[in-house]
Design a protein around this ligand. Sequence first.
Ligand SMILES: [Zn+2]
Length: 486
Amino acid sequence: MPGRYPDARAIDIPLSFQVYNSFSKKKETFEPLSEGVVRMYNCGPTVYSRVHIGNWRAFLFADLLRRWLEHEGYEVRQVMNVTDVGHLTDEVAGEGEDRLEAQARREGIDPWKIAENYTQQFLDDGQTLGCKEAMVYPRASDHIPQMVEMIKALEAKGHAYRAGENVYFDVKSFGAYGALSGNRVDELDAGARVQVNEEKKHPADFALWKSDEHHLMKWETDFGPHGFPGWHIECSAMARAHLGDQIDIHTGGEDNIFPHHECEIAQSECFTGERFATYWMHTKFLQVDGGKMSKSLGNVWNVDDVIERGYESRALRFALLRGHYRQPLNFSWDILTESTRALEGLDDLVNRLRRLTDAEDAGSERVEAASTAFRAAMNDDLNVPKAVAALFVLRSDVLEGSVKGESADAALALLERADGVLGVLRADESAAGGAADAEIDALVAARQAAREAKDWAAADAARDELNARGIVVEDTSDGGTAWFRK
Ligand SMILES: [Zn+2]
């Protein structure tokens, strides 16, 4: 069908990966610090409760990004931390309840056990959702010495000060504080709704180390006998321990921008004197049924909730990845149903193509256009909606019979590459109905034989049987037949 595609050569193909950098607030051409290697740090879960699907939007994005970078030939060193120490609900104020410990009190068990259980659950959910395993999932509790080392050095350089057994970061000592979030120190001062903490020099100063003898998770250090780290220093120390002083990409949810990532930048850059991360990438929130997820509304869904409702985990993965990561995404059970249908459409495309590879070649330009469109979309700051749309245009071409022979093989190769990035298609032929396909092939052959023998009753009976199984048979222009699932 002429005109459906622009000429492949006319598509504006970003020659290399374009990344929207939350720091510069614009798209930039991705260039790693070391050729061919990407050092990536993803802010991972706080394991005081089951990770919900909103959190998974950010973690699946990290997996997608890693897979795309690998597709483009990079070696990706992916580090996703696990915050198992617990952190204050309000780090800015230095007040508030430690959520991990609060959960431990609610469940009446050891906070270490809670952290361990939810960490394992998080890793299991990641497997269920098809995430590639990160190089390492560092636990904050295993990096206390590295945090203490950084805090002491920050103090020695005049970026941190002690107040009793607490240690705070002095935000006024870092001129670039606010560069990521756009917050200004003086405005934070004026607008501070937080309870004034007399210990701090400035309301925006944040805790690097806190002391509390009642805290269940605590360490004896030079700062005092029972202290624990602030949340932000955990990530600065773990990133440095596993990736070095400078990293290429740092990701997180949009709620991490301030204060968490702003504080990470301040700590890391004051410690090393160098730029911490080149690219900052943040996923937008997941809404549920048009609003916020909340315990009171009973809509804080996790992976099991979705599977218990009869959906495949891949439908959840697809639903969470299909929208562009910088656009808000509204989750509903309808989008899971719709994602399931879309995946069945892509499975069906693979099945059809497998049947078309022996035919005379046709449609190479369409496969090439789809391939180009897919890569261009992904290179454009991971535009998954556009990339998936390219696969569905290819499906239309296949349905109308325009892609056959060697081009069908090329289309299968494209789908395999695309799925290496998306991770949602059925892995093998048997899973796509291989055993049932043999029976259908037999029925199709029986119908064809009956038609050739002009036994219309038998031909109709075979067709009815196929219809009952949801199969549509089409007579092709070259006198053969093709079938597909409705
Ligand atoms: Zn973090």
